[in-house]
Design a protein around this ligand. Structure first.
Ligand code: HEM
Length: 190
């Protein structure tokens, strides 16, 4: 959103309509913020926090998509690559929340049943904190976006989006941002 101010602007407009500026975001506001929910899905797609899932081991030899997999092979599902696969996503390198607002993609849910978008993994060993993870992303990101205006400092120039691979995906260069309050002052008092 820092890279695409028009997306931040649309999120702010939606939040101002639904929540206003007199109070902070509540968990119960989320179902009324479809554009913001689409931003979260687009973030799971392009920047999944667990890019290679947790590894699996084949307990017997098998064939998957014509590939022979011997017994005891360590297997990783590349969630990061699925999110950027041009056979699955139109213009996959573009950050475009609108892709989740219409057509087939509108039905895609990140909770492990739609294999195009599996930020929490899938199957028997899916993330044990899936529901909590989704609530945290919505609540924390939603509060930060609704409560503040965000800008890249002039001296930083272009925001560096390089990623550092690991079990958890991190930014290679830490984020530097300028934040300005956008709610009435009382809204910030707990
Ligand atoms: C945005 C937040 C989170 C993301 C994206 C995430 C992602 C993942 C992924 C991809 C896996 C591997 C699933 C698989 O192997 O199929 C996983 C496993 C796991 N996660 Fe999360 N997670 C998140 C938050 C949480 C939270 C909040 C908790 C606990 C409160 C949690 C607890 C676990 C546990 C216990 C496992 C291992 C499950 C198992 O192997 O049976 N996660 N997570």
């Amino acid at each position: 959103m820092l890279k695409n101010p028009s997306i931040m602007k649309k999120a702010h407009e939606e939040m101002d309509k639904v929540i206003g500026r007199e109070r902070r975001l509540k968990e119960s506001d989320i179902p009324n913020l479809p554009y913001f929910e689409a931003i979260c899905k687009e973030t799971y797609r392009k920047h999944p926090s667990t890019p290679l899932n947790l590894p699996r081991i084949s307990n017997q030899p098998c064939q998957v998509n014509g590939f022979y997999i011997p017994e005891n092979t360590r297997l990783s599902v590349n969630i990061w690559a699925i999110g950027r696969d041009p056979q699955v996503w139109d213009k996959p390198l573009e950050f475009k929340p609108e892709r989740f607002l219409s057509g087939r993609n509108k039905m895609i849910d990140p909770r492990g049943n739609d294999f195009e978008l599996i930020p929490f993994g899938a199957g028997r060993r899916i993330c044990a904190g899936t529901r909590m993870g989704i609530v945290l992303v919505h609540y924390i990101l939603g509060t930060l976006v609704h409560s503040f205006d965000w800008k890249v400092p002039l001296e930083v120039g272009e925001l560096n989006m390089d990623e550092a691979f690991g079990l958890a995906l991190q930014k290679k260069v830490p984020l530097a941002a300028l934040v300005t309050p956008r709610l009435t002052p009382n809204a910030y008092i707990p």
